[in-house]
Design a protein around this ligand. Structure first.
Ligand code: ADP
Ligand code: NI
Length: 211
């Protein structure tokens, strides 16, 4: 991808995400893009496919748009004359990236696995904690309550489930470390995971009045 194409896409994406505060904002896309490029270098993957799929992974998310058949990603790639075969590889990755409870899929290609790892790394650690509470506030969810977390949900139940933000840690965030596809991502995930474990310990100590 040339510098012109990258700059053009970045400015299109900034415009696309300008009104989103749900956690799928432009900065999330940039972080996933950077993480994915770092992983791609370590894992010797195709950098053009990884870059495009990382940049476009959220533009057709059903939670954000009414998009049909990945029209937003296709429109942006057509605008910059991206080759049709590359476009198909990118779309195939975007289809599988998102977390879908126990029906989550691992993308078939190394490039897809890397983008999924990068998206999941951005859901954990310090940033992941901030995003979870932002999402919770945006959706009027309590910080925590007496309900038990629902483990092992299928895609439909996961999408309609309305949990407290603390339960979301048990329903998704703490599961992600063991779902990483690549060794390079696993190293980063272990550190971010431990940070969340420490955070939760501190959180419960405070609400139980131990601190
Ligand atoms: P993706 O499609 O990238 O797999 P989501 O759209 O499910 O992820 O989530 C976007 C962000 O919002 C993530 O950081 C995720 O952990 C957070 N999030 C999703 N559902 C909840 C929830 N019920 N409570 C708190 N945070 C959530
Ligand atoms: Ni994402």
């Amino acid at each position: 991808m040339t510098k012109e194409v990258l700059d053009g896409l970045l400015s299109d994406l900034q415009e696309f995400f300008k009104d989103d505060y749900s956690g799928h904002d432009f900065n999330h896309t940039i972080r996933v893009y950077k993480l994915a490029c770092n992983l791609a270098r370590k894992e010797n993957a195709n950098l053009e496919i990884v870059s495009l799929a990382a940049l476009l992974h959220d533009v057709d998310d059903v939670k954000l748009t009414q998009s049909i058949n990945y029209q937003n990603a296709r429109l942006m790639m057509n605008k910059y004359g991206i080759d049709a075969l590359i476009q198909e590889e990118v779309i195939a990755i975007i289809q599988d990236v998102s977390f879908k409870g126990n029906q989550s899929k691992s993308p078939a290609t190394l490039e897809g696995k890397i983008v999924q790892d990068a998206d999941r790394l951005d859901a954990i650690g310090a940033i992941g904690i901030a995003r979870a509470f932002t999402f919770g506030g945006n959706h009027n969810r309590p910080l925590y309550n007496d309900e038990k977390p629902e483990l092992d949900m299928d895609e439909a139940s996961y999408l309609k489930h309305e949990s407290s933000t603390i339960n979301h840690f048990y329903e998704k965030l703490l599961l992600l470390k063991d779902l990483m596809n690549t060794d390079s991502a696993r190293v980063l995930a272990d550190q971010r995971h431990q940070f969340m474990v420490n955070y939760l310990e501190e959180f419960f100590d405070e609400i139980e009045g131990k601190k």
